[in-house]
Design a protein around this ligand. Structure first.
Ligand code: A5P
Length: 237
């Protein structure tokens, strides 16, 4: 099997293990990206087999995929609390389960859904594991479309070397109508402190730093799927 094929297999195995944690009656958060898509497919098959759930998607893309798989959708008005969210990540630190998310552009809805969830399982292949966040993976920061130059200037002054994400020539637009600044940060020793600094900037809507939100991770690799738990994590209620 090709390297890409192996990686897809590891993502699918991790996602399917996480999907097996979903029980009848749960409100489920549906993540965005290629790994979360495997979980949505597995949940769709389970729903076809009789599993009763309601789901809140983290993006328009995840919503469309869920509909295609026959998963009933709900929203925060009807279901303000989510029992279990399954979502991917771009970087995962074992132990703390601090994450970088948002390379798919869905970080704002992903963080809202994660924050409303009693339990969040991160699903990924083992290429996403890092000792410290940052480095080769840029940190996505969602910024307002109006005056995006103002947020970019502040990020530049803070040494984040932001690049405005584009689709071809035009700025990328998120589901919330915002733009994304992809920031190059060599090393993020204290993700919570960086989150506090960035979110204080005018025009910054949210960052892709997820601190203290994931309770566990299922990481696929050549030896199978590893279960990682966050140090000291309790299920939030
Ligand atoms: C979407 O905005 C992201 O947070 C994704 O969850 C993340 O990029 C992981 O995507 P893959 O599972 O496709 O690697």
């Amino acid at each position: 099997m090709s390297e890409a094929g192996e990686q897809a297999k590891h993502k699918r195995q991790a996602a399917e293990q996480a999907a097996a944690e979903v029980r009848n009656g749960m409100v489920v958060g549906l993540g965005t990206g290629s790994t979360a898509a495997f979980a949505i497919a597995a949940l769709g098959a389970a729903v076809a087999g009789g599993l009763r759930i309601r789901a809140i998607p983290t993006s328009l893309a995840a919503a469309a995929l869920a509909r295609r798989h026959g998963i009933p959708l709900t929203d925060f008005a009807a279901d303000p609390r989510i029992d279990l969210t399954i979502d991917g990540a771009d970087q995962v630190v074992p132990g703390t389960l601090d994450l970088i998310k948002g390379l798919g552009g869905a970080l704002l809805r992903e963080k809202l859904v994660a924050t409303a969830s009693a339990r969040m399982i991160v699903v990924a292949d083992d290429s996403k594991l890092v000792a410290r966040l940052g480095g080769a993976t840029r940190l996505p920061v969602e910024i307002t479309a109006f005056g995006w130059q103002v947020a970019m200037a502040q990020l530049t002054a803070a040494g984040c070397a932001p690049i405005l994400r584009r689709t071809g020539e035009t700025p990328f637009v998120t589901d919330g109508g915002n733009h994304i600044a992809d920031c190059a940060i060599a090393d993020i020793p204290d993700p919570a402190a960086l989150q506090a600094r960035l979110i204080a900037m005018v025009g910054v809507v949210e960052t892709g730093l997820f601190v203290g939100l994931a309770s566990e991770a299922r990481i696929g690799g050549p030896a199978g799927v590893r279960l990682l738990r966050r140090d000291g994590a309790a299920i939030r209620s």
